[in-house]
Design a protein around this ligand. Structure first.
Ligand SMILES: Cc1cc2nc3c(=O)[nH]c(=O)nc-3n(C[C@H](O)[C@H](O)[C@H](O)COP(=O)(O)O)c2cc1C
Length: 359
């Protein structure tokens, strides 16, 4: 049992009640306009015992959507729903950052208002299947390499999404640069074959994310902006091994800018992560990222030993809305049901009991 896990921590200008972050988790319950249902307000309110909630990934533009049922934050109706989420979490004593995700090459034209194509750093197809708007699984399309104008427009979309997030009452935003989506596609040489200033060297591959992060920070303040990365991650057909220099270039470039936190997915041990931790000046958040486990006996020591300041926990938060309270009181935690992770209604979403409400 780790006591440090239950101590407060300051991120940017905000005080977190404890060191446990609810990891971002897509739940695919938004409507066709990318507007969250009312149940999402309850879902997030129930989980406000986390020191910080990072919301499910949210597209900053219609073009950024890669899955059916993911919410957006680029229209007034979407913003209204998110503002009710922020109010509910704050009312329950929690803090919340909105995760912004543009999926790049992962997606399908049927999900795009303008019929696509998918935009990516280079025309490199992912060797996997993607969902269409109706949920049918089909081979991923070959994306088109982004022009300079499209890069600028995309960065501007992230910045205006961040402004909407703060206007909706969010404490900040997290830029999703992990798990094979657009910013990760720029970072990784397998998906970034560009020979302009956005590709070809570690500094160049980091440039899109650096410019993007700075544009978002210029809009809402760097102290409200976190960045999530997954160095070496293979999810979504990424080949990101031997790419350490790009992540070091990224961190060196952003270190002096005052960002709220760096959030990394990592395995049990990694020399790169120790180096990232050493070079990153503000809050460092770790997620064991499927490689380890998010059980308390594994994550407690991560914070206790200073490997990270905060740890993020995903699936256990789905099935245990009161996870931090359970851990604090030594109450056993409930198992999750994978069948209800993505899409569907209230079942497996807002009907997991707390320790005090279960029989
Ligand atoms: C249902 C589900 C949805 C997820 N969606 C996202 C997402 O939207 N953004 C993201 O960065 N990671 C996403 N992840 C990854 C989680 O944030 C986390 O890294 C992963 O679940 C491993 O942590 P855990 O072992 O504590 O669950 C998702 C994971 C799950 C299980």
């Amino acid at each position: 049992m780790s006591d440090t896990l239950f101590t407060p921590w300051k991120v940017g200008g905000i005080e977190l009640a404890n060191r446990v972050v609810m990891a971002p988790m897509t739940r695919n319950r938004a409507d066709v306009d990318g507007v969250l249902p009312d149940s999402a307000i309850e879902y997030y309110r129930q989980r406000a015992c986390a020191g910080l909630i990072v919301t499910e990934a949210t597209q900053p533009s219609a073009a950024g959507q890669g899955y059916p049922g993911t919410p957006g934050l680029h229209t007034d109706a979407q913003q209204d729903a998110w503002s009710r989420v922020a109010d509910a979490v704050h009312g329950a004593g929690g803090r919340v950052f909105l995760q912004i995700m543009h999926t790049g090459r992962i997606g399908h034209a049927s999900l795009q208002a303008d019929g696509g194509p998918q935009l990516a750093p280079s025309a490199v197809r992912a060797n996997l299947e993607v969902a269409t708007a109706t949920g049918e699984m089909v081979p991923a399309p070959e994306p088109r390499a982004m022009t300079h104008k499209e890069i600028a427009t995309t960065i501007a979309d992230y910045a205006s999404c961040a402004a909407r997030a703060v206007a909706a009452g969010m404490d900040g935003v997290e830029i999703h640069a992990a798990n094979g989506y657009l910013p990760h596609q720029f970072l990784s040489p397998g998906t970034n074959r560009r020979d302009d200033e956005y590709g070809g060297s570690p500094v160049n591959r980091a440039r899109f994310l650096v410019e993007l992060s700075r544009a978002v920070a210029a809009q809402i303040g760097a102290e409200r902006v976190g960045i999530r990365i997954s160095p070496g991650g293979q999810f979504n057909d990424m080949a990101d091994r031997d790419n350490e220099d790009t992540y070091l270039a990224l961190v060196d470039e952003l270190a002096a800018d005052g960002f709220a936190y760096l959030h990394t997915l990592r395995g049990r041990t990694s020399v790169l992560h120790e180096e990232l931790r050493r070079r990153w000046p503000s809050t460092y958040v770790v997620n064991t990222g499927y490689m380890g486990s998010s059980e308390i006996d594994e994550i407690g020591p991560i914070v206790e030993n200073g490997v990270a300041d905060l740890v993020s926990v995903g699936r256990l938060f789905i099935s245990n809305p009161d996870l931090v309270d359970r851990w604090r009181s030594g109450t056993p935690r409930a198992e999750w049901d994978e069948d209800t992770f993505y899409a569907g209604g209230d079942r497996g979403y807002i009907d997991y009991p707390t320790a005090t409400t279960q029989d």
